[in-house]
Design a binder for this molecule. Structure first.
Ligand SMILES: [Mg+2]
Length: 324
């Protein structure tokens, strides 16, 4: 798919963490895994295993059920709990497969293994071909999961972007605007909105062609982004040649400063526009509105207000900022 680039985070072979108290078995497991081309780390009990897991972030865990200090079941339960964080990595981390090694004469431990979150099991004495196949399959599955998660995140990101200008699209604007409206209402803080419109853009397209029009919009969008510096603000393409900027926790004076900065940056691009009647380069008209959201008002009202301000900026001669 164009634009979606999914690559593994590392080209190293997968890392297998072996948690096993019996020294001989541990050594045999290590050799079997190294023969498969994997990297190997070891731990001799559950506690050490947890420490190594957190430190090394292995691709798969092989864990013996019966161990001193902390047995395999308890350790496995702890391993699952690591996935509870909020970082995207945590969801991947949670899916690190765990292969439990149980005793053949203890069928109940198989149930327990799955209860505590193991992905699969092998029995002792170890059938090496079975172990190899299960490890390989579990690693492949978890790599696929990671790729799917990464692809999903990328798709979600693309679904909120305007394809031409790479700023937020209208859908993202609507979501963000409503969310910030509610948030500013809770915090009783001002929310500002700037609407920016390229002056005589239709004439620009007629004069220079649609390709030049697209190029112009890309440059304008980039200049707006440069002027809007805080990570909590949002720049969106609102319509054809219209952009919107949402500034949470910003009063009217602050918003006018940002709007002036945008106007100056775009004018500073000096994009030739000979059919403009205000300047011989591309300029913006900007409408600014600000309010502290309350249950008696609505975000649509703020939008109308900014739109009215923009209209006044146009009527007042363009290439200017108008606050309402
Ligand atoms: Mg043991």
């Amino acid at each position: 798919m164009a634009g979606i680039n999914i690559t593994p985070s590392t080209n190293d072979p997968p890392l297998v963490l072996i948690i096993e108290d019996d020294r001989t078995t541990r050594l045999l497991l290590r050799r079997a895994m190294e023969k498969e081309g994997y990297r190997v780390a070891e731990a001799s009990d559950g506690e050490q295993g947890l420490a190594n897991y957190t430190r090394l972030k292995p691709d798969i865990v092989l864990i013996d059920a019966m161990m001193p200090v902390m047995d395999g079941f308890t350790c496995c339960r702890h391993l699952q709990a690591f996935g509870g964080g909020e970082l995207p990595e945590a969801t991947i981390f949670a899916r690190t497969p765990v292969l439990m090694i149980t005793s053949l004469d203890d069928p109940e431990s198989v149930d327990r293994a799955f209860e505590v979150g193991a992905s699969d099991f092998v029995t002792k004495p170890i059938h090496w071909a079975v172990l190899r196949q299960r490890v390989r399959r579990l690693i492949q599955q978890s790599q696929l999961y990671r790729q799917l998660e990464a692809a999903n995140r990328e798709l979600q990101r693309l679904a909120t972007l305007d394809a031409l200008t790479k700023v937020a699209n209208r859908r993202r604007f609507d979501e963000f605007f409503q969310r910030e409206w509610r948030r500013m209402m809770r915090e009783q803080a001002p929310l500002s909105l700037i609407l920016c419109d390229v002056d005589f853009f239709k004439a620009y397209n007629d004069t220079y062609g649609h390709q030049a029009g697209d190029d112009c919009l890309q440059l304008v969008a980039a200049a707006i982004c440069e002027a809007v510096k805080r990570p909590g603000d949002l720049v969106a393409r609102y319509g054809g040649e219209e952009f919107a900027v949402i500034l949470p926790r910003t009063d009217a004076i602050g918003a006018v400063v940002v709007a002036e900065e945008i106007r100056t940056k775009v004018a500073g691009l000096q994009i030739a526009h000979n059919s403009s009647t205000v300047k011989n380069f591309v300029t913006l008209s900007l409408g600014v509105a600000c309010t502290v959201p309350s249950p008696d008002s609505s975000c649509e009202q703020l939008l109308e207000q900014a739109d009215k301000a923009l209209y006044e900026a146009k009527a007042g001669g363009r290439d200017r900022v108008q606050l309402l």
